[in-house]
Design a protein around this ligand. Structure first.
Ligand SMILES: O=C(O)CCC(=O)C(=O)O
Ligand SMILES: [Fe+2]
Length: 257
């Protein structure tokens, strides 16, 4: 006889929720959409209760640990980063809840099916998690790519789309840190824009999808948590350039205002 032990107290709920919201027949089309757009909106991947608790957890961490960033980043052609953040290590050290959900086997197995490849725990402890809060007029997470392949982004709170804060994406692009050519990519490709409501969740193929948030056009609150995973290819890569603006207040590749 085999016994299945549920260690993560949320695991059963996550698993049941995924099974009731996504039929096996729906997966091939979702996979194809994700491959095509580098983006897929999947709020139903998490029960409402967990999304609400995640918001409360992010608000708690922001109250205790938020740090403001206002800079332009050389490795992404001087695009701006204007927002408050809670850094990865701070989240990892201070939130059992975030760690538990990030390690959910049912969640990871489902995301692997959508992506069509294995997810690896984030190779870099300083890029596993990120909480950001856009709060002032002009706040934006400017055009960039991710160092690692997969980001699950929870839109915990967002203003109406007239205020900005949507996500814009150009899939099937690559990040050359010494020559990012972002404007060329924007001229040569269609840009897709995705609006959100509070509670949305999306999966992004972050390493090959150029993306940004549309700047807020007035003071307003937009809060997300980013959970990042790597892929098998990451084992062959080494990262260079000190452009880890979220982790340190001042980095070599940043210009500060
Ligand atoms: O705020 C968003 O929706 C995008 C977040 C993002 O691009 C990131 O955390 O790298
Ligand atoms: Fe990103």
């Amino acid at each position: 006889m085999t016994t299945v032990q549920i260690v993560n107290t949320w695991e059963q709920e996550i698993q049941d929720n995924i099974e009731s919201n996504f039929s096996p027949e729906s997966l091939p089309l979702l996979h194809q959409k994700f491959k095509r757009e580098g983006f897929i909106k999947i709020p139903e991947v998490m029960p409402r209760k967990i999304r609400q608790l995640m918001k409360e957890e992010a608000l708690r961490l922001l109250d205790l640990h938020a740090e403001r960033r206002d800079l332009k980043l050389a490795t992404t052609a001087n695009t701006p980063r204007k927002m408050s953040v809670v850094t990865s290590e701070t989240i990892a050290e201070n939130s059992e809840f975030v760690n538990t959900i990030y390690r959910s086997k049912s969640l990871i197995e489902f995301l692997e099916k959508l992506a069509g490849e294995p997810f690896l725990a984030c190779p870099s402890k300083d890029e596993e998690f990120l909480i950001t809060r856009h709060e002032k007029s002009g706040d934006t997470h400017g055009w960039h790519w991710g160092d690692y392949r997969f980001a699950l982004i929870w839109i915990l709170e967002t203003p109406p789309i007239e205020y900005g804060g949507m996500l814009q994406c150009v899939p099937h692009t690559v990040w050359d840190k010494s020559n990012p050519r972002i404007h060329e990519y924007l001229c040569e490709n269609f840009i897709r824009t995705y609006g959100f409501v509070s509670g949305d969740i999306y999966l992004l193929k972050s390493d090959t999808t150029l993306h940004r948030t549309v700047p807020l056009n007035r003071d307003a609150t937009r809060i997300i948590i980013n959970m990042t995973w790597g892929c098998l290819d990451d084992e062959k890569r080494t990262l260079k350039d000190n452009d880890r603006w979220w982790a340190e207040k001042e980095v070599e590749a940043g210009v500060y205002s």
